[in-house]
Design a protein around this ligand. Structure first.
Ligand SMILES: C[S@@+](CC[C@H](N)C(=O)[O-])C[C@H]1O[C@@H](n2cnc3c(N)ncnc32)[C@H](O)[C@@H]1O
Length: 298
């Protein structure tokens, strides 16, 4: 209800905004430059990144990513005049070779080149795009101005001053950040060498977006899990072993294995690998909407 009121308030405010136009699913409103800067910093954009802005307006997200962070990328927008303006702005900023803009619907754009996605779209449009975003390569970062993506909890969320913001009275903006999670739900097993004895660890993982619920056993007996986190493909588990104390297992999923390292309480490290013996669906996985047609704009 609150979200609907916020969306309604935005639309009402937009109706009076100078920049407001009747285009696509979300009207045109600029993200203030200090918020653009904060979003790109929150996503830790570097020269290695490929940034795609969904609904790119005058191009400021991708142009700033290219100018200040050395990144490459493109934006798509349904408003041809804005696409022309964004390409003109990229040329003026001297980054036209690295920041390109296309007249295209975000829903039929191939997003697979992206390492970072930026959005300033209405909440219901974010929700419509959720399946497409969750299907991106695990580890892809997403940063949004003002609105969430349905019930997908943000990894980082904060409010900041947004002087000159063309909508709303508070002159505040929200920044929200996510990392696309891998799918790791299921049962995992590995063996631990403990005082010359091989012991079997079994880990049961349930998953809702990036949030994990972990239950572990050691030779069939309960093994306390202090922490289980997932960032893209990277998993970190803190288990309390009966003899060895608190141990941290961190690794990356590769097919049905996790390859990484184990660090014991004393800080000693050793290789660690686990094997998935049963795959489960993550709670958030929903049937993707059928793709009508996808363009590769590169
Ligand atoms: C709120 S503005 C954000 C502009 C810019 N990203 C920024 O932050 O300054 C949203 C933009 O999305 C565009 N848009 C709306 N629906 C779209 C769609 N389905 N595909 C592509 N662009 C869309 C609008 O034309 C508008 O320029």
């Amino acid at each position: 209800m609150r979200k609907m009121m916020r969306a309604g308030a935005l639309l009402v405010a937009l109706a009076g905004a100078v920049q407001a136009q009747e285009f696509g699913d979300t009207p045109y409103v600029q993200t203030p430059q200090n918020v653009v800067d904060a979003m790109l910093e929150t996503a830790k954009v570097t020269a290695k990144d490929f940034v795609i802005d969904l609904g790119s307006g005058d191009g400021r997200m991708v142009i700033t990513a290219a100018q200040k962070h050395g990144a490459r990328g493109f934006g798509v927008d349904l408003d041809k005049r804005l696409v022309k303006l964004a390409n003109d702005n990229a040329r003026k900023a001297g980054v036209a070779d690295r920041a390109k803009f296309y007249d295209r619907d975000l829903f039929i754009t191939d997003l697979s080149p992206a390492s970072v996605i930026t959005i300033y779209l209405l909440p219901e449009v974010n929700l419509m795009a959720r399946g497409k975003l969750l299907a991106l390569e695990p580890g892809t970062r997403i940063v949004s101005h003002d609105y969430g993506i349905g019930d997908w909890p943000a990894d980082i969320e904060y409010e900041m001053d947004a002087p000159g913001k063309p909508v709303g009275r508070s002159q505040k903006s929200k920044v929200l950040f996510w990392v696309v999670p891998d799918l790791v739900a299921g049962r995992w097993q590995w063996t631990l060498e403990d005082g010359g004895k091989s012991r079997r660890v079994e880990l049961s993982l349930r998953q809702n977006y990036q949030k994990l619920e972990a239950v572990a056993t050691l030779d069939g007996k309960p093994l306390p899990v202090e922490r289980a986190t997932l960032t893209g493909r990277d998993i970190e588990l803190v288990l309390t072993l009966p003899a060895g104390g608190r141990s941290t297992f961190s690794g990356t999923r590769i097919n049905q294995a996790i390859e990484g390292r184990l660090r014991d309480t004393a800080g000693k490290t050793a290789p660690w690998s686990a094997v998935r013996v049963e795959i489960r669906d993550a709670a958030h996985v929903i049937a993707p909407a059928p793709v009508v047609r996808e363009f590769n704009v590169e």
